[in-house]
Design a protein around this ligand. Sequence first.
Ligand code: BDR
Ligand code: CA
Length: 334
Amino acid sequence: MKKVPLIIDTDPGGDDAIAIMMAKGCGMFDIRAICPVNGNSPLRDTKRNAMDLACYYDIDTRVAVGANQPLYRGLITNSNFKRVAKMLKKDGEDDFQYGGQMFDFAFPAPTKEFDPLPAWDVIYEEAVKAKGELVILAIGPLTNLALALGKYSDLAPLIKEIVVMGGSAYAGNHTPVGEFNVLIDPWAFAMVLKWGIPFKMVGLDATAQAYHTLDELKEMADMDTTIAPMLKTAYDGVVARSNDPNFPPHLKGRTVYHDALAMACLIDPEVCSFRHTRVEVELSSPIAFGQTVVDKRPALTAGEPNCLVAQKVDRERYLEIVLRCLEAFKKEEK
Ligand code: BDR
Ligand code: CA
């Protein structure tokens, strides 16, 4: 089967790590580039994490470094995110958890070099090479993509589809309505959406359905794979969190790898249902800043549909996809 040319735009991050594992493990994709961006952690860390993953999974690809801040400085950047989060939290609430570490795992020293070109140039180069077949999995803030589309006005028609982990139709995860990836660079999300490229939004409403229980995480870690040591630390992290009295009950005993569901939607589009509707991003309200406003009304659309929004997830099917991808990392029988 001909492999689909794929670029992974990412801010690794633990759930990015699982998504990238699946991109390699499913065997369906020709991974043309991995493009780290500021997000879960500053670019300094996400670029190192991206390189660590490319080497650990043995992915022969370009690792092209992207943006170190959102499109506009000011309201929320990576470095002041904690401060903004503090401003939003109510007295007596625990501090926001600002993610970042890619599990508690020491990756072997990388064996590759970063690509000499920046992410936006590599995205364009690969889109031209792929002649309209390029698919993009975007699992971090959309800054790199917005920059690529802004720099190269002929890029949009060369991209076949963008599948994004981001946004939410109901609640947020870092503010009442703000999902992290969109909140970090809502301008980029809004700009990318405006280009009219086929766009799938896999938001929090969908990813919350694709959880892994402790037993399911253990099953992944116990498989005899080359990446079991990393998966073991992922499992240990969720166990530790589950035993930590400071963690809210709904985060105990299970985890969600948000980005992995977006990847699963590319591997098997039937894993989740989608609704074609209008999505806009709130860019001015101090309360709803970064909200993806999804038109949920059946007939009264607020404009032409511009997005396929993920709805109902088949969790069993999702878990099977993850396990199938892991099979590719099984140690060879001697
Ligand atoms: C998203 O934010 C990041 O922390 C995760 O990697 C995921 O892409 C979930 O809101
Ligand atoms: Ca991510």
